[in-house]
Design a protein around this ligand. Structure first.
Ligand code: FES
Length: 117
């Protein structure tokens, strides 16, 4: 996770930042779903104090991962129990085989932001 001290620093990069929530919004072990404008929903997870953003829809079928469980470093699908690694998005338990998409996170002026190209 990157921390950007001021907005002028990010203007110099080609990445776009999509603000999600204040940096202290989620405690370690908590997750929440967000619907950024123009994007599919994402689930934001605080794992051991660092934030990770993953696509919210399970790659196996139609399910919101934010309605499942967040156990250690795993997201557990509420429908069939498939699992994904929070830090990489990798599928770690069948029936899931395809990874969840992930995005880098930066903290900009105390706000958790998705970094998109
Ligand atoms: S819908 Fe997620 S494991 Fe089947």
């Amino acid at each position: 996770m990157n921390t950007v001290e001021n907005r002028e620093a990010i203007v110099a990069t080609s990445a776009q930042y999509v603000p999600l929530c204040p940096a202290d919004a989620l405690a370690p072990g908590e997750m929440s779903r967000f619907d950024p404008e123009g994007m599919d929903p994402i689930v934001l997870c605080n794992y051991q104090g660092d934030y990770y953003a993953l696509e919210d829809e399970c790659t196996h079928a139609i399910a919101s991962m934010a309605e499942g469980e967040f156990v250690e470093d795993q997201l557990v699908c509420p429908v069939h129990g498939g699992r994904f690694c929070v830090t990489t998005g990798a599928a770690t338990k069948l029936p899931c085989r395809q990874a969840l998409k992930t995005w880098p996170i930066s903290i900009v002026d105390g706000v958790v932001c998705l970094q998109i190209d």
